[in-house]
Design a protein around this ligand. Structure first.
Ligand SMILES: Nc1ncnc2c1ncn2[C@@H]1O[C@H](COP(=O)(O)OS(=O)(=O)O)[C@@H](OP(=O)(O)O)[C@H]1O
Ligand SMILES: [Mg+2]
Ligand SMILES: [Mg+2]
Ligand SMILES: [Mg+2]
Length: 331
């Protein structure tokens, strides 16, 4: 019997693994190779190289599937960014993609240019937590497949997160398929996948939450107020990227709070989709700050949702109640 979505999972795992290894090699030598995008956020040769290899692999296997990716080649084709583009090609050649050229690199990156919702599509964040990547801390490569508005495959490459059962192995590839559980495999070694699970605690005083490093991405003052009201005593763990979802999914934290900071910001689907499926398949729960399910059928943004709350399940209801009492709605 064939397992549903097996091929999609295999292609996604192999593409995210290849991208993770490129990102790791770029991070080891990182200098000031950063472009500033129009929204002032940073993007590195690793973000672009990662998007190129993943879109290339998806397109070869599933040529009909649209990809909603974070990056595009718009800035790269500017004459002043020629050297930057050449460095991306060098990375692709080093990764064994012998047909890489400046034209092909831009073409692959722009294959991730879909914006609209469709009944089956992939969404890709080639490096989530670019600021963490630049600080040589946590970042993730995030890829998921969405069918009829439901996340059905999620793969998260976390090159700097230790393997859950062996701290000495750095780099973990996480994956989940709807209805089939959540798993971790070491990024570098051929080893069978292990299942991962959220914690079972319902005691806030024993629980730990995690949140973004940047207070511009998630309000630290509101998470502190919320934690105080719930009687959470442990210090929060702050780390970049969807690695936060992985940390909850494998039971190292019980809660991830992402509380809105400014009016009008809408979360991007590629910043959440793979992480959401990972946590849900590990037994946890994900909603927005009002307790509403995240809607992945609205295009590239979660336009009907505000913030994101991730828990092990038992800790969810009282947390949402407290958030309803706090005036954290910036709109
Ligand atoms: N204002 C605001 N509110 C919420 N989220 C925002 C905001 N601005 C940016 N972003 C997105 O945050 C993504 C990184 O989130 P993190 O949780 O990794 O943040 S942090 O690095 O830990 O501070 C980051 O993803 P990457 O660009 O892929 O790094 C952005 O898409
Ligand atoms: Mg970005
Ligand atoms: Mg991101
Ligand atoms: Mg990104």
């Amino acid at each position: 019997m064939t397992i549903p979505l097996q091929r999609e999972l295999e292609v996604a795992l192999s593409a995210v693994k290849q991208a993770s290894l490129i990102c790791r090699s770029v991070q080891a030598t990182i200098s000031d190779d950063v472009l500033e995008k129009k929204d002032k956020s940073p993007v590195t040769i690793a973000d672009y190289s990662s998007q190129a290899v993943i879109c290339r692999a998806l397109n070869a296997a599933f040529s009909e599937d649209p990809i909603i990716g974070e990056e595009d080649a718009g800035e790269l084709i500017q004459a002043e960014n020629r050297d930057f583009l050449e460095k991306i090609v060098t990375e692709l050649l080093s990764a064994g993609i012998s047909e890489a050229s400046t034209e092909k690199a831009c073409h692959w990156i722009d294959q991730g240019g879909a914006k609209e919702y469709s009944h089956r599509f992939w969404t890709l964040d080639p490096i989530d937590g670019t600021k963490g990547f630049l600080r040589k801390e946590q970042y993730a490569i995030s890829l998921s497949l969405i069918v009829d508005g439901k996340i059905v495959v999620g793969v998260l490459g976390c090159p700097n997160l230790p393997f859950p059962t062996d701290e000495s192995m750095k780099g973990t590839l996480y994956y989940a398929v709807a209805g089939q559980g959540a798993f971790a495999i070491p990024l570098d070694q051929e080893q069978p996948a292990i299942p991962i699970h959220v914690t079972k605690t319902s005691d806030y005083s024993q629980s730990r939450f995690c949140e973004s490093v940047e207070s511009g991405h998630s309000s630290h003052s509101h998470s502190k107020q919320t934690a105080d009201k719930l009687g959470i005593q442990k210090e929060p763990r702050r780390l970049d990227s969807q690695a936060k979802y992985a940390v909850v999914a494998q039971g190292e934290a019980d809660i991830y709070m992402r509380l809105p900071t400014r009016a009008g910001y809408r979360e991007k689907i590629w910043d959440h989709a793979a992480g959401v499926l990972l946590v849900e398949e590990a037994g946890g729960k994900v909603t927005d700050i009002h307790g509403k399910p995240l809607e992945f059928n609205q295009g590239y943004e979660l336009i009907n949702n505000q913030g994101v709350i991730v828990t092990n399940g038992p800790l969810h209801p009282a947390l949402i109640e407290i958030l309803d009492e706090l005036t954290i709605n910036p709109e």
